[in-house]
Structures are given as structure tokens and as C-alpha cells.
Design a protein around this ligand. Structure first.
Ligand code: PLP
Length: 397
């Protein structure tokens, strides 16, 4: 689609042109099975292992610690359920109230199956209480699963401190890093995380591919049983072209961290500052200091986020109200609710998420149309008109 202004990069990203170019030969002429004995398959196997090396490099880890999966959701299921199966004597899980449904719903399911799950609370900035984490650890805790960065607000958890607390008790730490990988540097040679989930389509690789990092020595059972692929840890013929694309995307990401912190953050800040300074009754949700450089989540008081989205859509501007995976339902965001954001404010929130493919002109266009959209929607909002009525009274008195 031409002329689309895409500010919804936490939902998914465009495939980078270099990624597509790298993939195409493996969708056309090199279609061999990487497990085959013949050299036609062997060539594909070699390329697959090169991709694994590129992924491992991004995290400063070893290629043997990378297992390719179909998506972030599979990686999270693999990590949590695989650890529980390998450690059947332990029945306690710790996670947070603000995880993506790909962790939250797994934990809710497990609690119905007899596991005891602690859902850590967050404060009004979306940060967990490290003392609560420390106090929640038990001898029978099988796994702690805490996300690196929140998909709705971009809030980054203090992962070094979390890892230090969890590992001091020798407990397995899983991190859903789907929103963090490729946006901020992660060094697993220094950060003692045991399991880390990632998804290709959040970092300019295609949809339908992801990986789980498994630190050497971690006690975990395979989630997908089948052939001997991925060293017996994940059965199923590999999604070769997409894995090769993911490898290329990781290589590109390694060289883009600087751009994320300058250009991408600059675009985010320009839009955010404009909104806060020029549109009254607007609030940024989440810890602004510890945040992904590409994400802002803003509440526009007195109107519904969905109405803003529809109006923005008319101008070809794509954003999101809450997580892409939960939009379509009228439930307010569980993340904002957990942060104690009032019901009406959480209903009026919009997430803008940027990538290195966005341009300043696109932000300028958004800045041009947004005040008018908000004005128009507020003019028909009973809450806004009631507020205005009260103000008039005050002035008259
Ligand atoms: N975890 C987080 C934090 C996410 O943001 C998402 C997707 O939005 C997922 C997991 C699920 O990833 P996938 O869409 O690859 O299954």
C-alpha cells in the first residue's frame, strides 16, 4: 500500500529489503531439505548454520544455544512448559501482571492445572518491586518468567538486577525479549539469563519464525516432538528461508543500535513532545526513563483510543490501541490496568511505535493532523463537554 505511515512497529515490522534478497534463493532454486544427505541439501544446511551464528552473535552467545521456532509465542510456551516438564518436583512459577498473553495465558492455564503462580504487581510507572520478586522466590520455584520490555508501553525492566536476584537462588530465569531483541543491545555473556524468547517479525524478518536461546546446561524438555532437527530440541523441518532472513535481520540489527538511539528515538520524542506540549489533557503511560527508544503510549483524556485510530487510519496513519494481539476486544489493556491507570484513561490510550524505516516527514504529517482529530472527537464527547461546562461555571463564579 502506498502512502501508508506506519507507526505500529511493535505489532509487526516490514521485511528489510536485504532480508528478502537473502531469502529469495532459498525459496526458488535452493529448496533442498537441510537434513538430507546429498550436497544439494547440505548447501542449505550450511546456510542455516550461518544464520544461527548471526543470531547468536547479536546476543553474544553460542550458536549451539539457539533453537529456531515458529514465533515468539512458541518460544515462550517451549521455555515455560519445557522447564516444568524437566523439573516435575517444582510446582511454583513467578511472572508479572504485565506480560504478553503468550506468557500470561500459559501461566493462567498452568494455574488451573495445579501450579501455584505468583503474578508480580507493577507500580504506576509499570515497574516491578524487586523486593517483592526476592520475597516470592521459593525452594519449589521452577521458573521465573519476566519480559525484557513491555510491548504496550515500551517499559524496560531492570534485567541485570532481576537476573542477579533470581540466579542467586539458582532458579531458572526465562525472559520474553520479543520487543527488546534488535532494539537495544543484549549481551548474554554478561547477563545470566537461562532462556530468552525472540520473534523475527518484530525486527524486520518475516512472520512465522522465531528462536529460543537456551543457555548450555539448562534443564528443559523439547516442546515439539518429532525428528532430530535442532539437535532434538525442536522437531519439524526448518522454515529455511525465514531462518536465513532472521539471520540477516540480526546482522542488520547489530549495526543499527546507534540509529535506534538517535534517529528512531528522535522521531518518537518529536511526536511525544509535540502531543504533550500542544494537546491538553494528554499523558504518557509508563516509565519514560527506562523505555524502548521506539515506543510511546499516550492517553488522550475524554475520548476513546479506537475512535482516534479510525480517524488516523483515514489519513493512512497506522498506530495501535494497546497490544495488537488484544485489539478488537473492548477490554481495557491489562498492562495499563495493572499500572493503576484509571479506566477512562486506559480506554483513551494510543501506542505509536517507530522503526528505522520511518521518516521525519511522516511524523510531521501526523503532527499536522492529530490536533484536529482530537479537537473533533472531543467536540462530540459528552465527557469533554461536561468538563467544559464545569470550567465555564468556575469562570463565571
Ligand atoms: N511477547 C511479546 C512481548 C510480544 O510483543 C509478542 C507479540 O506482539 C509476542 C510475545 C508474541 O510473538 P509472536 O507474534 O511472534 O507469536
Amino acid at each position: 500500500m502506498e502512502n501508508v505511515i506506519y507507526f505500529d512497529n511493535n505489532a509487526t515490522t516490514n521485511v528489510a529489503p536485504e532480508v528478502l534478497e537473502e531469502m529469495l534463493p532459498y525459496l526458488k532454486e535452493f529448496y533442498g531439505n537441510p537434513s538430507s544427505m546429498h550436497s544439494f541439501g547440505g548447501k542449505v544446511h550450511k546456510k542455516l548454520e550461518e544464520a544461527r551464528e548471526k543470531v547468536a552473535n547479536l546476543l553474544n552467545s553460542s550458536p549451539t544455544e539457539i533453537v529456531f521456532t515458529s514465533c515468539g509465542t512458541e518460544s515462550n510456551n517451549f521455555a515455560i512448559r519445557g522447564v516444568l516438564e524437566a523439573n516435575p518436583e517444582k510446582k511454583h512459577i513467578i511472572t508479572t501482571r504485565v506480560e504478553h498473553p503468550a506468557v500470561l495465558n500459559v501461566c493462567k492455564y498452568l494455574s488451573k492445572k495445579g501450579y501455584d503462580v505468583t503474578f508480580l504487581k507493577v507500580d504506576n510507572k509499570g515497574q516491578i518491586d524487586l523486593d517483592e520478586l526476592r520475597d516470592s522466590l521459593r525452594d519449589d520455584t521452577a521458573i521465573v518468567s519476566i519480559m525484557y520490555a513491555n510491548n504496550e508501553t515500551g517499559v524496560i525492566f531492570p534485567m541485570e538486577k532481576i537476573a542477579q536476584i533470581v540466579k542467586s537462588r539458582g532458579i531458572i530465569l526465562h525472559v520474553d525479549a520479543v520487543q527488546a531483541v534488535g532494539k537495544i543491545p543484549i549481551d548474554l555473556s554478561k547477563l545470566p539469563i537461562d532462556l530468552l524468547s525472540s520473534s523475527g517479525h518484530k525486527l524486520h524478518a518475516p512472520k512465522g519464525v522465531g528462536f529460543l536461546y537456551i543457555r548450555r546446561g539448562t534443564k528443559i524438555k523439547p516442546f515439539m516432538l518429532g525428528g532430530h532437527q535442532e539437535r532434538g530440541r525442536r522437531g519439524g523441518t526448518e522454515n529455511v528461508a525465514s531462518i536465513i532472513g532472521l539471520g540477516k535481520a540480526c546482522e542488520l540489527a547489530m549495526n543499527s543500535f546507534e540509529e535506534e538511539m538517535t534517529k528512531v528515538k528522535g522521531l518518537r520524542d518529536k511526536l511525544e513532545n509535540f502531543i504533550l506540549e500542544n494537546i491538553p489533557y494528554t499523558h504518557v503511560n509508563g516509565d519514560r526513563e527506562n523505555r524502548l527508544p521506539n515506543t510511546t503510549n499516550v492517553s488522550f483524556e475524554f475520548i476513546e483510543g479506537e475512535s482516534i485510530l479510525l480517524m488516523l487510519d483515514k489519513y493512512g496513519i497506522c498506530a495501535s490501541s494497546g497490544s495488537a494481539c488484544t485489539s478488537g476486544s473492548l477490554e481495557p489493556s491489562h498492562v495499563l490496568r495493572a499500572m493503576g491507570v484509571p479506566f477512562t484513561l486506559s480506554h483513551s490510550s494510543i501506542r505509536f511505535s517507530f522503526s528505522r524505516y520511518n521518516k521525519e516527514e511522516e511524523v510531521d504529517r501526523c503532527i499536522q493532523v492529530l490536533p484536529e482529530i482530537i479537537d473533533r472527537l472531543r467536540s462530540i464527547s459528552p465527557f469533554w463537554n461536561e468538563k467544559k461546562g464545569k470550567n465555564f461555571k468556575k469562570v463565571e463564579n
